[in-house]
Design a binder for this molecule. Structure first.
Ligand SMILES: [Zn+2]
Length: 476
């Protein structure tokens, strides 16, 4: 991992993730904004860099670079994005493209034993699931967690509407492979469930049941070492007792066995010793962040939600990444369970909120051990990849020129942009008008088609010099 534990990046997460080494992150939780315009900005190196959101989310800017990259390298995602445009609208297409390009990076930096949890709502969830299936593989879809974030009642004007109240979020869990970290997560029983599951009360007021048998089932076969007599009682079948004689004596001395004349003895199982029930994918027991926990951040997720995810899908020392970390709930949960973390948020406010939250959690003793504000590194600089496929080579491969070539061929109507002769498409090459070595980008506005001769003549020179030379040669 080429990023230090406890690093908070204030930047576009795409730029940051492109700088993180492949297969270094154990768990990614993301709660991306949906169509919340201002939080996005143009990719570095694009002509729109530094531009405001509303100026860049147009076909001419974002679409050309990413769209063609996705079309070439991820044709299935390309089809999904197109389908989103025709079935929903253009904004969904733009949203999916922005998400896909980021999910591609997340998939790359995730370890093979890692997991990703994508938190969304039904507006985009079905579209996002297609992208995730395509990227992670349907075999690696683990769960769709449905989290009830509000009470189920429709209120106010919703009574007028003819739909039910919308009170749930969807969290998709995908693993990168079939060998992934999974820790069992249990949940305590409700009051009513305790009464039902543990119907008896002993003299000390402890709830218990007698459902766990003391004898092994005959189907378990003969177990000679568990065949013994105690207080004149023995399993008539050679499958024997459930426990060793020493353990049985201890249980008896503790008063945990009920002896019955002529019947099998019963074992008391106490509610207080119950490990909890395994949780399913419907989460109705995690209330929204409230009271002291509330930071005022609009889409704050409760700590209990992140605690559960982090416990289930990571181990101590693992790296947790939240690329839309907002008010740092995932970072606090990671500290609590001794995980390492990286947070990314485009808003400079995240720095203050993160520090306040970690500080408060430290003071309240909510973290595994208190941390100092100085332990957190805050930066806007993308990391530099140290693995073989560097950021620079990755960038050079993009975008895909085959798509641009067709587009440019149409634009130039088949003529070379130097000598003005007409050529078949295969005899033209894609050229950077301002060479890449001089800072020219892959944006279509910086691309043109030249014939092989003109391309060779231009070399790393400027377009002006090419035209000058062609004039001198009498070509034009
Ligand atoms: Zn030419």
């Amino acid at each position: 991992m080429n990023v230090k534990n406890r690093t908070l990046f204030i930047a576009d997460n795409l730029d940051i993730m492109q700088g993180i080494d492949s297969q270094t992150v154990d768990l990614i939780y993301l709660d991306p904004p949906f169509k919340s315009g201002k939080q996005w900005k143009a990719p570095i190196g694009s002509p729109a860099e530094g531009a405001e959101f509303k100026d860049i989310w147009t076909n001419e800017d974002v679409k050309d670079g990413w769209y063609s990259e996705i079309a070439e390298q991820y044709p299935h995602i390309h089809q999904i994005i197109q389908a989103a445009e025709s079935t929903y609208d253009h904004s969904m297409m733009i949203y999916l493209m922005a998400m896909s390009i980021r999910l591609i990076e997340m998939h790359r930096i995730l370890k093979y034993t890692g997991s990703i949890y994508l938190h969304c709502d039904p507006t985009a969830s079905h579209y996002l699931k297609l992208v995730l299936d395509s990227l992670f593989g349907k075999k690696n879809f683990r769960n769709e967690i449905v989290w009830q974030r509000a009470s189920g009642r429709a209120k106010g004007s919703q009574f007028e509407s003819r739909s039910l109240g919308r009170d749930t979020d969807n969290i998709f869990h995908y693993s990168k492979s079939e060998t992934f970290t999974h820790n069992k997560v249990t949940q305590s029983l409700t009051e009513a469930e305790i009464l039902e599951k543990f119907p008896h009360t002993d003299s000390n007021g402890r709830r218990y049941n007698t459902q766990t048998p003391l004898f092994c089932q005959p189907s378990m076969g003969a177990r000679p070492n568990l065949c013994y007599e105690y207080k004149g009682v023995q399993n008539p079948h050679p499958s024997g007792w459930r426990v060793s004689k020493e353990k049985l004596i201890k249980m008896d001395e503790a008063g945990d066995i009920i002896w019955r004349e002529g019947k099998r003895p019963l074992r008391k199982s106490y509610a207080g010793q119950y490990a909890g029930k395994l949780i399913g994918s419907l989460w109705i027991d995690v209330p929204i962040a409230a009271g002291k926990e509330r930071t005022g951040y609009p889409t704050q997720k409760p700590l209990a939600l992140l605690n559960r995810i982090i416990k289930a899908s990571s181990n101590e020392g693992d790296f947790v990444l939240d690329p839309f970390c907002g008010c740092a709930t995932a970072c606090v949960a990671a500290e609590k369970f001794q995980r390492q973390w990286i947070g990314i948020d485009i808003s400079p406010d995240a720095e203050v909120i993160t520090k306040i939250r970690l500080d408060e959690a430290s003071e309240q003793g909510a973290l595994f051990s208190p941390i100092q504000i100085s332990d957190v590194t805050v930066t806007s600089e993308p990391p530099i990849r140290t693995d073989t496929e560097s950021h620079a080579t990755q960038q050079k491969k993009l975008p895909n020129y085959a798509i641009h070539k067709n587009y440019l061929y149409g634009e130039q109507e088949g003529f070379c942009n130097g000598c003005r002769d007409h050529f078949k498409i295969r005899n033209l090459t894609v050229d950077h008008i301002v060479p890449q070595s001089k800072g020219g980008t892959d944006h279509p506005k910086n691309l043109q088609l030249l014939c092989h001769t003109c391309n060779a003549t231009k070399g790393k020179g400027t377009q002006e010099k090419l035209i000058e030379r062609l004039k001198t040669q009498g070509v034009i």
